[in-house]
Design a binder for this molecule. Structure first.
Ligand SMILES: NC(=O)c1ccc[n+]([C@@H]2O[C@H](COP(=O)([O-])OP(=O)(O)OC[C@H]3O[C@@H](n4cnc5c(N)ncnc54)[C@H](O)[C@@H]3O)[C@@H](O)[C@H]2O)c1
Ligand SMILES: O=P(O)(O)OC[C@H](O)CO
Length: 426
């Protein structure tokens, strides 16, 4: 017997309400051998539903097959229906540059988007300054934001009024943000895109990506935008590219919506279905950039830097092989891979602060405060997470470069030993 719960799931599939919804139907499902759900085509969502059904809900022994139908996109997420409101969550350097880009793009595509972009800025005094001057004087003062970008300090307002949520805060604050917006999100059924770069380790010691955290905590479909995107250069409208992961895989309307949201003649996006690799590249390149900064600080030239870079790329690929065996090698050759590795290793903040680490006795946190004045590094935390994950799997020996970078950042290894680590990397 099959229970077809098609379309009646809607919000429940995407939100934490899935469990109560199914529990109410427990008597039906307990006598079933097949439960058939129609849900969106997003792979992450399907796997979460399966997890919930199999681990959290007890359906008795009779339920032996769960069939997830991937054909339908639920109405609330239907990218062909209605004009979408966009909210940018994060008022840092990249948040400001992307709010500027999006502000201009939504004005160009009025048939797809509401013209006002809500721009969540955490600090009220900064929000007032941006409102008055159109400039984010703390994180990216070089540009004036368009008038249709409205800075707001109420997170719940920004979330509850948005159909598209752009997550662009330093990854170390992502869980707190998701926790804070959980209630506001339940009234709408938005789609998210993560622009944050970094990795997490969950309570069971497993790797968790930013998009997975957002999806787990909010139950919404989440895509990724990642690339060689130094914020100030994008803001100054220097030609840049990025890799985009569609939150609703294979949904062409959704793809078109996000192309219109991000792309302009000076910012090209390319789509990629290998989401986990895209996200891991964005995080791991920060470790490579730290390594390159250390090489710079030690006073070595381009040959040594090239050795660090190529060793870093090898360890990146090996890491992805271990934690995402279904990866596609070609993803590394997209802008989110090799493009971002190059930009970050020559021009990024992680490179800059790690170069200073060699010439100073200060901790990396102190140097971050001194040199970045409120902007946040992602590399040291990511190196720490990577170190823990590899330690759990007893694989540290296979990643001497990544391991050395973590130990140099926390000052338990002499930076001069970096060369030996590069030499010994498989
Ligand atoms: N800056 C770039 O060039 C760039 C480019 C691409 C991707 N990214 C990624 O985008 C994400 C955001 O980077 P960014 O450059 O916009 O930020 P940033 O480095 O400029 O840091 C400022 C941001 O951090 C927030 N913040 C600071 N302290 C906080 C706290 N205690 N609690 C909560 N939030 C706090 C601020 O509100 C602000 O949003 C990061 O993951 C970064 O890796 C950055
Ligand atoms: O300045 P970084 O080192 O945080 O790098 C910024 C971006 O990720 C570059 O794409």
């Amino acid at each position: 017997m099959a229970i077809i719960l098609k379309n009646s799931l809607k919000l429940n599939v995407f939100h934490n309400k899935l469990s109560p919804f199914l529990r109410r139907r427990q008597s039906e499902t307990q006598t079933s051998s097949l439960l058939s759900l129609t849900t969106s085509s997003c792979g992450l969502i399907e796997s979460t539903i399966k997890d919930k059904l199999q681990t959290k809900l007890k359906f008795g022994n009779t339920l032996n097959k769960i069939e997830i139908t991937s054909s339908a996109v639920l109405e609330a997420n239907d990218c062909t229906k209605g004009r979408k409101s966009v909210g940018v969550l994060g008022g840092g350097a990249w948040g400001t540059a992307i709010a500027d880009l999006i502000g201009r793009n939504v004005a160009k595509h009025k048939h797809l988007f509401h013209e006002e972009v809500l721009f969540y800025v955490r600090d009220e005094s900064l929000r007032l300054i941006i409102e008055k001057t159109r400039q984010n004087i703390r994180y990216l003062s070089a540009i004036k934001l368009p008038l249709n970008v409205r800075p707001v300090s109420s997170l719940s307002d920004a979330v509850s009024k948005s159909d598209v949520l752009i997550f662009v805060i330093p990854h170390q604050y992502l869980q707190d943000l998701c926790y804070a917006i959980n209630d506001s999100i339940s009234t709408r059924n938005p789609i998210g895109i993560s622009l944050s770069k970094g990795l997490h380790i969950d309570s069971a010691g497993n790797l968790e990506l930013n998009s997975q955290i957002i999806h787990r905590m909010l139950g919404i479909p989440v895509g990724v935008l990642s690339g060689a995107n130094i914020a100030i250069e994008v803001a100054q409208r220097q030609y840049s590219e990025a890799t985009l992961v569609n939150p609703l895989t294979n949904d062409k309307n959704c793809e078109e919506l996000f192309r219109c949201l991000f792309e302009c003649n000076l910012f090209r996006v390319s789509f990629c279905n290998d989401g986990p690799t895209v996200e891991m590249c964005g995080a791991l390149k920060n470790i490579v950039a730290i390594g390159c900064g250390l090489v710079d600080g030690l006073g070595y030239g381009m040959n040594t830097k090239a050795a660090a870079l190529s060793c870093g790329v090898r360890e990146m690929i090996r890491f992805v092989e271990v934690f995402h065996p279904k990866y596609e090698l070609s993803t590394f050759f997209q802008n989110c891979g090799i493009g971002d590795i190059i930009a970050s290793s020559f021009g990024g903040r992680n490179r800059k602060v790690s170069e200073a680490l060699i010439k100073s006795s200060k901790s990396i946190e102190m140097l971050e405060k001194q040199l970045l004045r409120g902007q946040k590094l992602q590399g040291p935390q990511t190196a720490h997470v990577v170190y823990q994950l590899l330690q759990n799997k007893q694989l540290l020996n296979e990643f001497p470069f990544f391991s050395a970078i973590h130990r140099i950042c926390n000052r338990t290894m002499d930076p001069k030993d970096l060369i030996q680590a590069i030499k010994s990397s498989p």
